[in-house]
Every structure is written in structure tokens, then in C-alpha cells.
Design a protein around this ligand. Sequence first.
Ligand SMILES: NC(=O)c1ccc[n+]([C@@H]2O[C@H](COP(=O)([O-])OP(=O)(O)OC[C@H]3O[C@@H](n4cnc5c(N)ncnc54)[C@H](O)[C@@H]3O)[C@@H](O)[C@H]2O)c1
Length: 323
Amino acid sequence: MKKKNKTTRRDMIKKGMLGAAVIATSPVLGSEASLAGESNQRAMNSLLSGKTAFITGGARGIGLAIAEEMAQAGANIVLFDIASGQIPHVGYAVATESDLQSAKAKIEALNVKCLAIKGDVRKLDELKNAMQRTVSTFGSLDIVVANAGVTQAGSIEEFSPEEVSVVYDINVSGVIKTTQVAAPIMKQQSSGRIIFISSALGRMGNELFPIYASSKWAVIGFAKSAALTYGKDNIMCNVVSPGLVRTKLADNPYILSKMMPNDPAPTFNRVSEMLKPGNPINVGHLEPTDVAKATLFFATDATAKVTGEVFDISYGSTARNIG
Ligand SMILES: NC(=O)c1ccc[n+]([C@@H]2O[C@H](COP(=O)([O-])OP(=O)(O)OC[C@H]3O[C@@H](n4cnc5c(N)ncnc54)[C@H](O)[C@@H]3O)[C@@H](O)[C@H]2O)c1
């Protein structure tokens, strides 16, 4: 007798039981493939639906890519950025107000809501106002990405006290303040995710980025302490540590000339080519979306019971590290 209710390939596709990769490579499926594509897209869109993600340094670069990734997963977004163009004692331009406004428009084009708030992670009251506004607008603060950061390059004795302080005030104190403001709200909700953006330079020493590297080690030490502190409150605290990423933090004349001092016109691509052979997968840099995808992982159900972890996305370079 013929078996009834046999699950066909079409049923499997409708239920999203077949992976997109299988479907994409099948020569015969045609409209079935587009059905599957839609179903995978729907699943993706609902990963974070109803959630609110607050991203510091969200006006451009990695922060904006994370915002776009989370918006595609259905979250409403708050972009919190200094958007001042310049920061005293930082050697390159940060995001501008127009960057912040165009980032907001990009997020809204993804059919979610977005608040763009100009503010400085060094200022507790600006973070407080922004997070309170987030809760009163969207009803919750589910995900915070402590991403805002600045860099500098040179040898240890080169840096003035002000140049040392600005990196520590933003990269370390800024992350601590972001957490101090987010945690009480998340405790009240009995849930939350805080994702910290460190760096591959937070996993090793580096003579060209000595102050920056130490600030990124501090981010990991703090994130692990936050994971221990807030585990009982169901707040998961994890770290993403990227290698070199194509953003304006690295792709600017000040940093490029420090990285390639003998090159009269250094470019980001040439730096990437220079780094490539030293890395196990022959890749010299990442794009912001590579970092965003890893960050999204720490906001989803897949990591509901994961805290205190560091996710290295550094084209294998950290395989050389001890521990
Ligand atoms: N680009 C890289 O190679 C790389 C590698 C590893 C880690 N990171 C880290 O990723 C994070 C994002 O960097 P990016 O590469 O996207 O750089 P970026 O300069 O493009 O973006 C950083 C954003 O933070 C904002 N910002 C700076 N100071 C701020 C402050 N005090 N308050 C609020 N906002 C502030 C800037 O305006 C900018 O929009 C940083 O923490 C950085 O250290 C970058």
C-alpha cells in the first residue's frame, strides 16, 4: 500500500526544512527555490521581531552594519553616536550629523523603526536620557551593543596624556558607563543581551597600537566581569573581537601612514595585501557585515544560555594566540 502523508521535497521546502544552500544549488527546483528563499527570509525577519537594539557608535562602520543586520532580523533600532565630526586628540574624523541621519534612513528603509540620538558614551546623563527614551518609545531595551570606539597608532612614548585619556575614556569608561545605564533596565525586565566590541588587538600585544590594544583587553576583562555579575538577572554579556575591518577608523590617512610608513600613498587595500600572507585563510581584512553577522548571533535564541564568551572573527589570526 502506498504511504499517505509522505513528506515531499516541496513540503520540506515550505517548512524551511531544507537549507538555502541545497536549494540554491539545485538545478530543477525553480519556483520551489523561491518559496524556500521567502521562507528563509521570513525566518530571518522574525529572529528579533519585537526586540529593541541600542547601538553605540551606530552612525557608520561596524555599528551601522550591526544595526542593519539586526533591523533585517526585525528589531527596532536606536543609533547612539557622538556625530561630532571631530573629537579632540583623535587623529581622524569620526561620524557627522549627516552620517547619523543617513544611517537612520537606511534602517527605516528596512521597515523597522529607528531613533537616531546624538550623544557621547563618556557622558552618563546622555546615555541615561537615550536609554530612557528608548524604553518609553519602544517599550523595552533588549539588546545593547557597546561598539563606540576610537583608535590611534604610534609608539608608547609618543602619546600625550590627552591622547591616552581619550582612548581610555571612550573605549573603556564609555563601555562601563553604557553597561551601568543598561543593566538596571535589563534587570527590571529579567532579560537582556549586552554585546561588547573588542578587537583582535584585545587578544595580543601590538607595538603600533599599544594604548588601543590595552583598552580592548580591558573591554574583555570588563565584559567577563559583567557576565559574572548579571548572569543571575538573565543578562547575557559576550564579546566580538574582529581583526582589521574596512571602516573609516582604519581607512584614513593618519592610521594608514602609521601602518605603512615607507609607502608615500598608502591605501587600505595595500595594508590588507600586506597582512594576508600572515593569516591562515589568506584573508587580510573583514567587511563590516562580517562582524555584524557574528554580533547578531549573540542577540538570538541560539545564545540564550551563553555568557562571558569571546567570539574571535579575525581570519584565523588568533589561532596563534596562547589560551
Ligand atoms: N575597523 C577596525 O579595523 C576594527 C577592528 C577591531 C575592532 N574595531 C572596533 O569596532 C568598533 C567600531 O569601530 P569602526 O571600525 O566601525 O569605526 P568607525 O570610526 O567607523 O565607527 C565608530 C563610531 O563610533 C562613534 N563614536 C566615537 N566616539 C564616540 C563617543 N564618545 N560616543 C558615541 N559615539 C562615538 C563614531 O562617531 C563612529 O560613528 C570600535 O570599538 C573599534 O575599536 C574596529
